[in-house]
Design a protein around this ligand. Structure first.
Ligand code: ZN
Ligand code: ZN
Ligand code: ZN
Ligand code: ZN
Length: 552
């Protein structure tokens, strides 16, 4: 998942215009033979093309609407993160009653089918995990990345080094020659762990895996770092990591026209990675997906792209330095309706509404700096000290909410974290549900300002908002009711829940492709419940009216 064939960072920067024009290259370089390697390209309406300065990428040959499935394929390998090994099936990734492998007591399966199917790979893995756990002081299994590369190398033995399967892995781009010192160091450390995990005692032992030198080993790790995908559930929560060489050819944009999702986990079937169009795509358009969270402001996106993928993004969002970018803006201090871009010291920006040229005050910038630091702290604390993390996010939000729109950083990130923390702390009937609904509404509004209709992150946020509106409402004092007009109560709440879930239902079928995956099933089931509840309400009202008429 990076700029393939990109030889140096300099090449990427040379492409200043950001207009990728196919260059005149030889047949071999344009990758016509590459197209034959990937059988999944047949009939997909996609081809591999090389563009000077950008390397290989996937390009459309036909028109595709938002919601179209561009590719659908099982990843070459996938592994669950350590924290899901006890709750999810290691093969099909569903969350279910799982049983542990009786030998390593580490990976679990939903069924004997899954266990049997996985055994050809797990056989080696099982022994390696046992060895690893015996050697580690607290008996923890190896990191996700180590387990993933282990699987890749054992698969290579099974699939043979000359198979297309391995040739695809081999053709993945490596940034070996442009790695920073920091990355080189972390790779050295990583290599030691990997060698230990594979139980290789000599360099010859690595030859069995096709690794002939230290260079080859670094190459493999660089390929893994730059090309792996986050394995996600049907509502986008991160489950682990996956390797899939063909979609990894897709280049990055902070304004992508496609997304990569795993719409549905099906019992006893390996997961399926799907590439879905989220904007209209025309013939000769390049397919672009985001490697980083596009709700983050330019500075943070660039930093993370540099660190992991070794390039500087030149997309329209990254090169815009003048127009208002809602990720880094505040409400206009003059009219308080428009937005003003936050710029470096002393530079004025024009309000989108009243047109005034204004300099954002140092006070606002200071508060935003404090808020960004607080966000980092709260993110670290969320797993260990969730109550403290929640207090921190709530305090910082009250500091910046008066001038920061819901789409701006770090407000949006703080609200998303706050929502997660509030939900995890929620107890039945504790009256907090209305607070969560208010945060959730703001999260939806922030995301809708930044992401196109049907973006899976938006769809998930809408579904979440709709679900929260269906939780039993708390008994509120009249005072509390008067203080907060939102969320509505009773029948009006049901109406809002229904509207929200109908929207979610539509957007899920874009962002997760036709069918909408597991999330759509969930949304539809709740919608049916709402319809039933609404019918009961209406019947209640009719009965009331009837009895009122009788009394007359
Ligand atoms: Zn399973
Ligand atoms: Zn085992
Ligand atoms: Zn960009
Ligand atoms: Zn204004």
């Amino acid at each position: 998942m990076s700029f393939k064939e990109l030889k140096s960072k300099r090449d990427a920067r040379l492409n200043q215009a950001g207009t990728a024009q196919p260059s005149v290259l030889s047949e071999k370089e344009t990758g016509n033979d590459q197209n034959q390697l990937y059988s999944q390209l047949d009939g997909s309406g996609l081809i591999i093309k090389s563009v000077s300065g950008r390397g290989r990428g996937l390009w459309a040959t036909t028109t595709m609407k938002p919601g179209s499935k561009l590719l659908s394929l099982p990843p070459h390998i996938h592994v669950l993160s350590a924290r899901f090994l006890d709750t999810h099936c290691s093969r099909c990734t569903i969350e279910a009653e799982v049983r542990r492998c009786t030998k390593c007591l580490t990976v679990s399966y939903c069924s004997t089918d899954c266990q049997r199917e996985d055994w050809k790979l797990h056989k080696e893995e099982c022994k390696a995990i046992l060895r690893w756990k015996a050697a580690s002081p607290d008996g923890t299994p190896p990191a996700d990345s180590i387990r993933a590369i282990g699987r890749l190398l054992w698969s290579r033995k099974l699939m043979k080094a000359t198979s297309d399967w391995w040739l695809e892995v081999n053709a993945m781009q490596s940034n070996r020659d442009v790695l920073s010192l920091e990355t080189q160091e972390s790779f050295t450390h990583f290599a030691q762990s990997l060698v230990m995990y594979l139980d290789v005692n000599s360099p010859e032992g690595l030859r069995d895996f096709g690794i002939d030198s230290a260079r080859d080993l670094v190459d493999l790790m660089s390929k893994f770092a730059a090309n792996s995908f986050t394995l996600t559930s049907s509502n986008l929560s991160s489950l682990g990591v996956a390797i899939s060489p063909l979609p990894a050819l897709i280049n990055h944009s902070c304004q992508p026209n496609a997304v990569i999702v795993f719409p549905r986990a099906t019992a006893t079937k390996p997961p399926t990675l799907e590439v879905i169009a989220i904007l209209p795509i025309n013939p000769e358009d390049e397919i672009l997906a985001a490697y980083v969270d596009v709700t983050l402001p330019t500075e943070l996106r660039q930093k993370s792209l540099e660190a992991t993928y070794n390039f500087t993004c030149q997309c329209a969002v990254c090169t815009n330095t003048e127009e208002v970018d809602l990720r880094s803006s505040c409400y206009c201090p003059k009219c308080s309706e428009g937005y003003v871009r936050i710029k470096d010291r002393g530079k004025a920006s024009v309000c989108t509404k009243c047109g005034a040229a204004l300099v954002v005050s140092d006070d606002v910038k200071d508060k935003l700096r404090v808020a960004a630091e607080g966000l980092q702290k709260a993110e670290k604390l969320q797993w260990t000290e969730s109550e403290q993390a929640l207090r921190l996010t709530t305090n910082i939000l009250s500091l910046i909410t008066p001038f920061s729109p819901p789409s701006a950083h770090p407000r949006l990130a703080l609200m998303r974290l706050q929502q997660t923390l509030l939900i995890s702390e929620l107890r039945p009937h504790d009256g907090k549900i209305d607070d969560i609904i208010r945060v959730s509404a703001q999260v939806v509004s922030g995301l809708c300002d930044l992401l196109p209709l049907g973006h899976p992150i938006r769809a998930v946020a809408l579904a979440e908002f709709g679900k929260l509106l269906c939780v039993d409402e708390p008994a509120l004092s009249e005072e509390d009711q008067a203080r907060n007009s939102f969320p509505p109560r009773g029948y009006h709440r049901l109406v809002l829940a229904k509207d929200t879930l109908v929207r979610a239902n539509n957007e899920v079928q874009i962002g997760f492709g036709p069918g909408g995956g597991g999330l759509r099933d969930e949304v539809r089931a709740i919608l049916e419940n709402i319809d039933r509840e609404m019918a009961v309400y209406r019947k209640g009202v009719t009965n009331l009216r009837a009895s009122a008429t009788q009394k007359k």
